[in-house]
Design a protein around this ligand. Structure first.
Ligand code: AMP
Ligand code: ZN
Length: 112
């Protein structure tokens, strides 16, 4: 499958890893829009939130806990941070592999 994030997850493309386990990977966004800009992905190819399935629920729950832990480790807990995931053209999704952005380290503007 010609998916850039699958290739990163499989080690076929480089990334600056922040966290990795059997089912999840977190790495720095190549074009950061905030001092901390990390992407968290499942290693399994899922296109977006629109295509998650009930069988993914446990993994997705662990993903939320991992996002929380990464944000804390990055020192974002006190001042706060934003977590977002895009689906489809109106959102501006450009990589069709589910990912959550963790953004922080500066005052963020309004959403949208
Ligand atoms: P989006 O699909 O709009 O939610 O955003 C995809 C994000 O992936 C963008 O913020 C890109 O900067 C980022 N990105 C694309 N390619 C890479 C890469 N090879 N390594 C790290 N981040 C990437
Ligand atoms: Zn993929």
């Amino acid at each position: 499958m010609d998916c850039i994030f699958c290739k990163i997850a499989q080690g076929e493309l480089p990334s600056t890893k922040v966290y990795e386990d059997e089912e999840l990977l977190a790495f720095k966004d190549i074009n950061p829009v905030a001092p901390v800009h990390i992407l968290v992905i499942p290693k399994k190819h899922i296109v977006s939130l629109a295509t998650i399935e009930a069988q993914d629920a446990d993994m997705l729950g662990r993903m939320m806990l991992t996002i929380r832990d990464i944000a804390t480790e990055q020192g974002l807990d006190e001042n706060g941070y934003r977590v977002l995931s895009n689906h489809g053209p109106d959102s501006g999704q450009i990589v069709d592999h589910l990912h959550y952005h963790i953004l922080g380290g500066r005052k963020l503007g309004p959403i949208g």
